[in-house]
Write a protein that binds this ligand. Structure first.
Ligand code: SF4
Length: 276
């Protein structure tokens, strides 16, 4: 056993408390823990959080240590494909600045340029003796508001398209990523200062995940759509709470027990829990 904190109701945090942590240094691509007395700030990229809670909990120690194996060919090809989509958008559309009034006016549809918006999700977790604040920071492929609905669009460019043939919903890490973005605040200048983050007011939240074929002009081969309901919201908040406890070693990590998940894992050679 690694300890047993009992979950308790959330606590209320103040901006002054957040400012006392050095968030500028928390932008690195890893999970960081900063502790002051009984207050703990956990910062993580959205991708490390989703990788840990949607794919494999045994990745957490690697992300804390900042172990980053070289990117796979699939990741590199995905980056190129994302850049191509960005270029196409720049060629086809002209984006105009938006005013604060327009942003706050829910009757106005707004759309941000691809890859322009950084996301910041703060979520408080309370355990037996500690108040924990989890900050998940990332960047959306695309975010817009249409008909009072906040929409996050994410593009995936997998090499193995076959694994999507029979799927009727995205993988857990993909869902978590979209849900994290949908419940975040936003910044277009990469700021880690909560005073600089803005909201996009809306009534409903929707995610759209497009699986694209990079060998065929990035054409979508499958499009998943989902609305954030209570079940999805709980999936996100439960995942954040468990993530916080796992990062602090207050709960034991569970194995997925799926050898097929270990095989393509970039941590395979270093991981003592790998399944062959
Ligand atoms: S090798 Fe398997 S158990 Fe280890 S981190 Fe990767 S997926 Fe998880």
């Amino acid at each position: 056993m690694q300890g047993s904190f009992r979950r308790q109701p959330k606590f209320v945090f103040s901006w002054n408390w957040i400012k006392s942590f050095n968030l500028k240094d928390s932008q690195s691509n890893m999970i960081k823990i900063e502790e002051k007395e009984k207050l703990v700030m956990i910062t993580s990229t959205v991708s490390d959080f989703c990788d840990s809670m949607g794919y494999c909990e045994h990745k957490i120690p690697f992300h804390i240590e900042g172990v980053k194996p070289p990117p796979s060919i699939e990741t590199l090809q995905g980056t190129i494909a994302h850049e191509k989509e960005q270029e196409i958008e720049k060629e086809q559309f002209e984006f105009a600045p938006i005013t604060q009034e327009e942003l706050l006016d829910m009757t106005k549809n707004v759309e941000f340029a691809r890859e322009e918006v950084n996301t910041r999700l703060l979520y408080p977790v309370r355990t037996g003796t500690k108040n924990i604040l989890v900050l998940l920071h990332g960047r959306t492929d695309k975010i817009l508001r249409n008909d009072k609905t906040l929409i996050v669009q994410d593009d995936k460019f997998p090499t193995n398209l076959k694994k999507y043939e029979d799927r009727i919903e995205p993988y857990d890490d993909q869902k978590l990523q979209a849900l994290t973005y949908l419940n975040s605040k936003f910044t277009t200048d990469g700021s880690m200062d909560p005073n600089n983050w803005f909201e996009i007011p809306h009534d409903e939240k929707i995610w759209i995940i497009k699986i694209r074929d990079k060998s065929n002009e990035n054409k979508p081969i499958k499009i998943f759509r989902g609305i954030q309901n209570d079940v999805m919201r709980k999936f996100l908040t439960d995942s954040i709470q468990r993530f916080a406890l796992l990062v602090l070693g207050a709960e034991e990590r569970k194995h997925h027990n799926v050898p097929g998940k270990c095989k393509p894992c970039r941590l395979f050679s270093q991981c003592q829990y790998r399944l062959e």
